[in-house]
Ligand binder design. Structure first.
Ligand code: AMP
Length: 325
């Protein structure tokens, strides 16, 4: 039997997931687990580079594990683990720090954006974020990384870091490719020129765990227009394409063709379709939440499995770098 190729991706535990996270990344995770040897991580070390409340962090980690499991990640098929439980990740990041030029990190648009959002907390971890991400991915010698569009630049840097390392110490890491969904960038409900993000406030996104009435309210307040506006039309078209029933897709395509699109009708229909789309997810999540021990056991097992590979990689890396006596 030929060995399956490896996929690695991670999401930060920093509060609820929104439909952008789902369409950009999570949806692909679920599909890829059938074909590849997948590692899906809860990037808690990354998440503490942002502003956060330490009292909430462990719940956020647990909640993200619930999201992973309820959306359909199957621990029999893939490895689900918490980043900080495998200390080799930060060890490898340190080694990568010593071969990554500062100028590469200064170019990162995410760092520039986040520095603006958290002006009083521009910490070294935030700057070094993509190096830890490279360590996460290269630790498992991943072939591919399913991510949203905002992460493409980081995967490009991961490939460079692999190259820097291989050139200096000998062939060790394959260069991973990014795996993008058909909708790698979902826009904000309130401003269709900005990507959907929690940092723009709760009115700007729909959480995958939002109850139907919350979705309805948020949709009602979402942007609309009386004149044709490409960004707004594209935004609703992408949601309809992903979540709409066939009947609604046809119905609104006709309205659009006849130039009598009624936004209030479209928004109500979309709210209902999105709520229905995540109905099973919400039910499963509530069930899983009743059994925290089981969830923790899955994470412990995942970390155990990942640790075996991480130790192997670090042994190889330390030998090559000259850190073994
Ligand atoms: P993060 O919360 O930064 O850990 O993001 C988790 C995943 O969701 C990453 O792969 C992001 O690229 C993806 N993502 C975040 N926001 C969006 C968005 N608005 N549209 C599509 N993908 C997104």
């Amino acid at each position: 039997m030929t060995k399956k190729q490896t996929i690695f991706s991670a999401i930060q535990p920093s509060g609820e997931l929104h439909i952008g996270n789902y369409l950009g990344a999570l949806k692909n995770f679920v599909e890829l687990q059938d074909e590849y040897d997948c590692f899906f991580f809860i990037a808690d070390y990354h998440s503490i580079t942002g502003d956060y409340n330490p009292k909430e962090k462990s719940k956020q980690i647990f909640d993200l594990a619930l999201d992973f499991l309820a959306i359909g990640l199957d621990p029999q098929k893939c490895t689900i683990a918490v980043q900080s439980q495998i200390p080799e990740h930060t060890e490898l990041a340190w080694i990568f720090n010593t071969i990554t030029p500062i100028s590469e990190l200064q170019r990162m648009t995410q760092f520039k954006d986040k520095s603006q959002n958290q002006g009083k907390n521009i910490n070294v971890g935030l700057f070094d974020y993509p190096v830890l991400q490279a360590a996460d991915i290269l630790m498992y010698k991943a072939y591919g990384v399913p991510i949203g569009q905002d992460q493409i630049q980081h995967i490009e840097l991961t490939r460079k870091i692999a190259r820097f390392f291989n050139n200096k110490f000998g062939e060790t890491f394959p260069e991973p490719k990014d795996i993008i969904t058909e909708t790698p960038k979902i826009m904000s409900l309130t401003d269709p020129t900005k990507k959907m993000s929690k940092s723009h406030g709760p009115k700007s996104y729909i959480g995958i765990n939002d109850e139907p009435e919350v979705i309805r309210k948020k949709m009602k307040k979402a942007i609309s227009t009386t004149e044709y506006n490409k960004d707004i039309y594209n935004f609703y078209a992408s949601l309809l394409e992903e979540f709409g029933t066939e009947k609604n897709k046809d119905y609104f395509a006709n309205q659009f063709k006849n130039q009598n699109l009624k936004f209030s009708e479209l928004k109500d229909a979309l709210a209902e379709d999105i709520a229905n789309y995540f109905k099973d997810f919400r039910t499963k999540r509530k069930e899983l939440a009743k059994n925290p021990k089981e969830v923790k056991k899955i994470l412990d097992k995942g970390a155990e499995k990942a640790r075996v590979i991480a130790r192997e990689t670090m042994k190889e890396v330390k030998e090559k770098v000259g850190l073994i006596l």
